[in-house]
Write a protein that binds this ligand. Structure first.
Ligand code: SAM
Length: 196
């Protein structure tokens, strides 16, 4: 691979395979891809290195992030965490599973849902001539494991425990003893009520 291309910010060597994205998109309905090029973008709304996704506002979006690899990944993970704290904002990151890094401990561990991917993903090199000609032969799985990091919008999270008449219930326990939870979302956020 051309080294200049590899280290340029427009490097599309580690693109998300479309079928992998499509499956995940069924669950999340993504609205923004903040790190992309017009060729590799996974959503209608996207940012390229020229617009710089790192300085944009992601508030109110459901964001899919397959960040540029290398040292800059730390900045992207921090940005993902910070943006996910905004109202009505969810962020899902597809990234190498490196649980010993400072950014994993600072922004992911115990702050996000993590799904470790079984096996290795064969990423798409969308800039390669072979790929452009539709030749998928010789593509090999990544030399690293991957994970999905999920920051769900606060507005759509069920509280882990609810207090009713001074007693604390987990959702499972409440259902066991016959309490029904009415849960709905509107402009003001997420609401829940007990129905006996
Ligand atoms: C791993 S690829 C992912 C591409 C695509 N989003 C996908 O999931 O297949 C990372 C992408 O980030 C883009 N990129 C690098 N720096 C960026 C920046 N500061 N702002 C927006 N995009 C950037 C690269 O051009 C590249 O397309």
């Amino acid at each position: 691979m051309d080294r200049k291309l590899m280290f340029s910010s427009y490097n599309n060597a580690w693109c998300t395979p479309q079928p992998f994205f499509d499956e995940l998109n069924k669950e999340f309905n993504f609205t923004l891809d903040p790190c992309a090029t017009p060729t590799s973008a996974k959503c209608k709304k996207f940012y390229t290195p020229t617009e710089d996704g790192l300085v944009q506002d992601w508030g109110g979006e459901t964001v899919f992030v397959n960040p540029p690899y290398g040292r800059q990944i730390k900045k992207w993970v921090k940005k993902c965490y910070e943006e996910s704290q905004k109202p009505n904002t969810s962020v899902v990151i597809l990234m190498p599973s490196r649980t010993d890094t400072s950014y994993f401990h600072d922004y992911i561990y115990s702050k996000a849902e993590v799904r470790f991917i079984r096996g290795r993903i064969t990423f798409w090199d969308m800039d390669s001539e072979k790929f452009k000609q539709g030749d998928f032969s010789g593509m090999t799985p990544a030399p690293f494991p991957s994970m999905l990091v999920i920051y769900r919008s606060k507005e759509v999270q069920m509280p882990p425990k609810i207090t009713y008449k001074g007693k604390s219930y987990t959702i499972e326990h409440a259902l066991d003893v016959g309490l029904i939870i009415l849960w709905y979302k509107d402009k003001e956020g997420c609401h829940y009520r007990w129905v006996i």
